[in-house]
Design a protein around this ligand. Structure first.
Ligand code: 5AD
Ligand code: SF4
Length: 519
C-alpha cells in the first residue's frame, strides 16, 4: 500500500468511525440501546403485541458481526446438533447458527448422545408443528437427566410467542436457553451466558427491523443453496403468525445479494433459491425503485444454471417480474403461487388483498408470457365459517388453473392473529373431508401432469442417491419434478439428461441418456 492509498484508507476509516459515532449518539438520544453490539445479556421476553407494530424507522444494515475474543474457542472439543422444523427460512437460519457455532469451535454431530449443545429451531405456523416440538422436549428431558452438562436451546418462530415461552418456563424448566428469530447473531453471547448461568437464559426481541450481514454460514450442500433476499412480512394475512414472529419486511441491498450469488456460482453451486416470506415485496422498503424483477434480471446474467424464488404473494407479483422470468435461461418454468382459497369472500376474510378473478387474471398473464410454466400453490381448507360453496370454489379454481402440486392444510388457529377471534362453525370432520377431497383432486392433476413426461427427455439436477436404493440417483427437473434414474455416481452435482420411462403420482422414473452438463 502506498502513502496515498494509506491516507485514503485512513480517511475512509475515520469517515466510518464518525458515521458510527453519530449513529450511536442518535440511537442513545433516541433512548434505544444499541443492543446489537452489547456484549452482555439482558433477559427479554417476547410480546406478540409489540411484534405487531410497524414503525417508520429505517432498516439498518450491520456489517460488523464479530465473535468476542473471550468467546472464541469456547466450543473447542465440543459438539452441537441443530434440529430444524418448518420452512426453508428456518433451514437457512440453521445454516447461519451452524456457522456461528463452528466459528466458536464446536463441531457438528448427528448423534444426540455426543452433543454438548442441542438447539431446536422451531416453527409456529400450525399447531401440529408446535406439538412436535413440545413432544421432542419431553424426550430430551431424559437425555438432559443422563447428561446434565448438555445445553438445551429453543429458538425459531415458537420462541417469539409469549404463550410458548411461558409453557417452556413452567413445564420444561430444564431448557437452558430460549432466543428469538431476531437474536441469532447474539448466539455467541447467549451460549456463553447459558454455560455460566443457573437460570434459563431468555433473549427474544419482538420488534427488530434490522439486517445483519456477514454472518458465518455452513451451507448444507454444495449443489443447491439458499440466499435470503428479504426478511419479515407486512402482509398480515389474518390466519398467519409469521408477521409477528419474523418482524417487518426488510430487503437486503441488491449488491449484497448479487455478491453472494456470484460467490456461490464461483464455488460451483448449480441452483439457488432466493428466500423471503413474501419475495414479491422485495425492494419496496429500499430508498430507490427496485423490484424482484430488477433483481432477477441482474441474477439472470450470473453463470449459475438455475435460480428459483419462494414464496410469492399474488398481490405483489408484477409485470416486470413476469417479463424477466419469460426470458428463460436460468429463470425456470415453475412458479409457486400460494392462492389459499378460491373464494373471493374467504380471501377477503383472510385479508389476502386479491379476488379469485384477480388471481385468475394473473395466472392468465403468466401463461401468456410463459406457456410452459408449471404452477403450484398453497391452500388452506376449513378457514373459519368456510361454507360448502366456498370450498367448491377452491376446487373449481384448482381445476381451472391446473395446479400440478399443492401444499394443502387444514386451518390452524394461531393465538394473537385476527382469525383466532373469528367464530368458526365448521366441524373438524367436515374440514378433514374437504381436505381429503382437495388432495384427491390435486393428486389426480399431479398424476396427469406427470404422465405427459413419459417418453420425454428432461434435464435433471442430480442431488444424490435415492434413499431406498443407492444404485438409483435422484434429482429435480427445472419444473421441480422428482426424477429417479439409473446412472453413474459421477453424475451427482451435474445437470444430466434423463429419458422418462414411467410416471407416478409424485415422481418420474427414467434412464440417463448422456452425461454432458446442460446449462
Ligand atoms: N393454518 C393453516 N395453514 C397455514 N398457513 C399459514 N398459516 C396457517 C394457519 N394458521 C399455510 C399457508 C402458507 C403456508 C406456508 O402455510 O398456506 O402459504
Ligand atoms: Fe403469512 Fe400472508 Fe405473510 Fe405469507 S404473506 S407469511 S401467509 S402473512
Amino acid at each position: 500500500m502506498n502513502e496515498q492509498q494509506r491516507k485514503e484508507q485512513n480517511i475512509l476509516q475515520s469517515d466510518d468511525e464518525a458515521k458510527n459515532l453519530k449513529r450511536i449518539q442518535e440511537l442513545s438520544s433516541d433512548d434505544l440501546i444499541s443492543h446489537y453490539f452489547q456484549t452482555t445479556y439482558e433477559p427479554t421476553a417476547p410480546s406478540l403485541k409489540e411484534a405487531k407494530k410497524r414503525g417508520k424507522s429505517e432498516t439498518e444494515v450491520h456489517y460488523d458481526f464479530t465473535i468476542p475474543e473471550d468467546i472464541q474457542g469456547i466450543g473447542a472439543r465440543k459438539k452441537f446438533q441443530i434440529r430444524t422444523y418448518g420452512c426453508q427460512m428456518n433451514e437457512h437460519d440453521t445454516e447461519v447458527m451452524a456457522g456461528i457455532l463452528t466459528e466458536m469451535g464446536y463441531e457438528s454431530t448427528t448423534d444426540q448422545h455426543e452433543a454438548d449443545i442441542i438447539l431446536l429451531n422451531t416453527c409456529a405456523i400450525r399447531e401440529n408443528a408446535e406439538n412436535k416440538v413440545f413432544g421432542e422436549l419431553g424426550h430430551l428431558k431424559s437425555l438432559k437427566r443422563e447428561n446434565p452438562g448438555l445445553l438445551l436451546g429453543v429458538c425459531g418462530c415458537m420462541s417469539q410467542e409469549e404463550a410458548v415461552v411461558n409453557r417452556i418456563k413452567q413445564k420444561h424448566p430444564f431448557v437452558d436457553l430460549v432466543f428469538g428469530t431476531h437474536n441469532i447473531h447474539r448466539l455467541p453471547q447467549l451460549v456463553k451466558e447459558a454455560l455460566f448461568s443457573k437460570e434459563m437464559v431468555l433473549e427474544v426481541w419482538s420488534k427488530e427491523g434490522d439486517i445483519i450481514e456477514n454472518l458465518p454460514r455452513v451451507r448444507k450442500g454444495k449443489i443447491k443453496g439458499w440466499v435470503n433476499i428479504m426478511y419479515g412480512c407486512d402482509k398480515f394475512c389474518t390466519y398467519c403468525i409469521v408477521p409477528y414472529t419474523r418482524g417487518k419486511e426488510r430487503s437486503r441491498v441488491p449488491h449484497d445479494i448479487i455478491q453472494e450469488v456470484r460467490a456461490m456460482a464461483a464455488e460451483g453451486y448449480k441452483e439457488i433459491t432466493l428466500l423471503g416470506q413474501n419475495v414479491n415485496a422485495y425492494g419496496k422498503d429500499l430508498d430507490y425503485e427496485y423490484s424482484l424483477g430488477d433483481l432477477m434480471d441482474e441474477l439472470r446474467k450470473i453463470d449459475i444454471p438455475r435460480i428459483r424464488f419462494t414464496t410469492s404473494h399474488p398481490r405483489d407479483f408484477d409485470e416486470r417480474l413476469i417479463e424477466v422470468l419469460s426470458k428463460g435461461g436460468n429463470m425456470l418454468d415453475h412458479i409457486h403461487l400460494p392462492v389459499q382459497s378460491g373464494s373471493t369472500e374467504v380471501l377477503k376474510r383472510m385479508s389476502r388483498k386479491y379476488t379469485r378473478e384477480r388471481y385468475l387474471d394473473l395466472v392468465q398473464q403468466i401463461r401468456e408470457a410463459m406457456p410452459n410454466a408449471t404452477l403450484t400453490t398453497d391452500i388452506i381448507v376449513g378457514f373459519p365459517n368456510e361454507t360448502e360453496e366456498q370450498f367448491e370454489e377452491t376446487m373449481t379454481l384448482v381445476e381451472e388453473v391446473g395446479f400440478e402440486a399443492a401444499y394443502t392444510f387444514i386451518y390452524s388457529k394461531r393465538e394473537g392473529t385476527p382469525a383466532a377471534n373469528m367464530e368458526d362453525n365448521v366441524p373438524m370432520d367436515v374440514k378433514k373431508a374437504r381436505l381429503k377431497r382437495l388432495n384427491e383432486l390435486v393428486n389426480r392433476q399431479s398424476k396427469e401432469a406427470m404422465a405427459k413426461y413419459e417418453g420425454e427427455v428432461v434435464d435433471v439436477l442430480v442431488e444424490g442417491v435415492s434413499k431406498n436404493n443407492d444404485e438409483v440417483l435422484a434429482g429435480y427437473t427445472a419444473r421441480n419434478k422428482v426424477v429417479n434414474f439409473k446412472g453413474p455416481k459421477t453424475a451427482i452435482g451435474q445437470i444430466v439428461q434423463v429419458k422418462i420411462q414411467e410416471s407416478k403420482t409424485w415422481s418420474l422414473n427414467g434412464e440417463m441418456v448422456e452425461t454432458i452438463e446442460v446449462k
